[in-house]
Design a protein around this ligand. Structure first.
Ligand SMILES: [Zn+2]
Length: 480
């Protein structure tokens, strides 16, 4: 059991003094401190558990004890000192997992500091709040940079309350920036470097050559790293050759729609068979293309997003003033995006019929796709595409944890698992949109109530509105 080494009083002083230095009082920081001082022992009484185990038998009116970050017991003796949470009429599900995110962390948009380094430093708690507020307790970062390790460590250390984060290193071909490989030996070496740096997975990208792709996937298997991502453009016309052992997940439905001209159901079924034969899963990220199509039509779709107020002003400035989907848009472009949206629905049906496992991912961070909130959008779209509510939930809990190779620790509600859980006011099996109706969230055994979340969100929206003029995308290279 990992007992936190930091003395809570010391942490409180540290954070308070940081607040004084910054000249502002940030309730986000206060949450981190309060949670640090929380008891480690809880009991949820009279709650309906949706365990999301394979048989998923609902446990009505249950008593759940949480101790030292883990689920200690269900319907057993309750320790006297436990803090009581009333679960009457409520539903408990495992914490949600978003399998495709792009997190905002420290980044350099310019060369303002003489020895280089970042010039944009988003508040990690403000950012992670979006996940916590939505019951998203695990994420898979699909273009991880060294800064994301630091971001993750702040959460592990307990200084910030946020989700667990798995990190995938992105490898592309061509002459871009980041990890680039244009030969098989470079591909293998890049995988070994990524392994050495501590990345969990390898993400392959669109401009890799076939030979380099093959070498990357093979080397990753040798290094014990699963590969997921895009289907390189080079495979157009020979798609079957991309589906090799250890290419374990396609990160977008769009990767398939790029491979068809007719958008036919027969094509969707052919793709599903390819994936099935190689044991490759699919993260459809339906919400991404829905939002892209909306933005190609009008930017009002972004302006009117109810959660835009929680997005950092620099990011919302980018989405509204430098929107790659709206720029040079045309009726043809809109029609093309909408065709893809429709095809993706048929694709999900075909994959379901073929028995290919699917997980919920959202590509959060793509313009118009807001972290945390997008997972509920995705769940609704998966159900609209033909998944049952239970299948959609599994895609964001048990199945996702299993792909991440942490299914023995997370993804279901069972004694011994980590206490990542969402308490809902209504049954999500009856209506999947009930996953939005959150009474509170257990994040790594810390209980965060709806009231706390609402207070923090309101404060964040206020500060974002006040800071709007300070962060303009067109001036991002300047010191911030
Ligand atoms: Zn992505």
């Amino acid at each position: 059991m990992n007992k936190r080494a930091v003395n809570p009083t010391f942490l409180l002083l540290l954070i308070l003094s940081a607040a004084v230095i910054n000249g502002c009082k940030n309730p986000s920081k206060v949450l981190a401190v309060q949670s640090d001082q929380q008891p480690e022992l809880y009991v949820i009484r009279d709650v309906n558990i949706i365990p999301m185990t394979a048989d998923n038998r609902i446990i009505p009116h249950a008593t759940v004890v949480v101790k030292d970050k883990k689920i200690l017991s269900i319907n057993e003796v309750v320790p006297a000192s436990a803090k009581v949470i009333d679960g009457k009429g409520k539903w408990l599900i495992p914490g949600l997992i978003d399998m495709h995110v792009h997190n905002i962390s420290d980044i350099s948009f310019g060369q303002s500091y003489p020895t280089k380094g970042a010039n944009f430093f988003p508040d990690n708690q403000d950012f992670m709040l979006l996940y916590v507020a939505n019951g998203v307790t695990t994420t898979l970062e699909l273009s991880a940079r060294p800064e994301h390790f630091g971001q993750r460590n702040e959460i592990i250390k307990g200084k910030v309350i946020g989700p667990r984060i798995a990190l995938a290193a992105l490898i592309d071909g061509g002459d871009g920036t980041g990890m680039i490989a244009n030969t098989p030996s470079d591909g293998r070496q890049t995988v070994r470097v990524a392994k050495g740096m501590g990345y969990d997975f390898i993400k392959v990208y669109s401009s890799l050559s076939i030979e380099t792709y093959d070498a990357i996937v093979d080397e990753a298997a040798k290094q014990g790293m699963k590969v997921l991502g895009h289907i390189p453009n080079a495979f157009k016309g020979q798609l079957q050759n991309a589906f090799v052992k250890n290419f374990t997940m396609v990160a977008h439905a769009e990767e398939f729609s790029k491979q068809t001209d007719g958008f036919s159901t027969a094509d969707a079924e052919r793709f599903a068979q390819l994936a099935k034969q190689s044991g490759t899963w699919l993260s459809p990220t339906l919400i991404t293309m829905v939002r892209i199509a909306q933005q190609a039509r009008t930017l009002d779709s972004v302006k009117n997003l109810p959660y835009l107020q929680y997005v950092h002003p620099l990011v919302s400035s980018k989405w509204l003033t430098s929107n790659q989907y709206n720029r040079n848009t045309s009726p043809d472009r809109v029609a093309y995006f909408e065709k893809m949206v429709a095809f993706h629905v048929r694709l999900v049906k075909a994959f379901k019929d073929a028995g290919v496992p699917m997980v919920a991912g959202t590509d959060a961070g793509t313009s118009g796709v807001v972290w945390g909130y997008s997972l509920h959008d995705e769940l609704e779209l998966l159900v609209n595409a033909g998944l049952t509510t239970e299948e959609a939930l599994a895609a964001a809990t048990r199945s996702a944890a299993s792909w991440l190779q942490i299914g023995d620790k997370l993804g279901t509600i069972e004694p011994g698992k980590f206490a990542d859980m969402v308490l809902l006011n209504a049954n999500p099996l009856e209506d999947i949109s009930n996953t939005r109706n959150i009474a509170g969230v257990f994040v790594n055994g810390r209980w965060v109530t709806h009231t706390t979340i609402s207070t923090m969100l309101a404060d964040l929206a206020k500060r974002n509105a006040a800071n709007k003029g300070k962060f303009e995308w067109s001036r991002r290279a300047e010191p911030m």
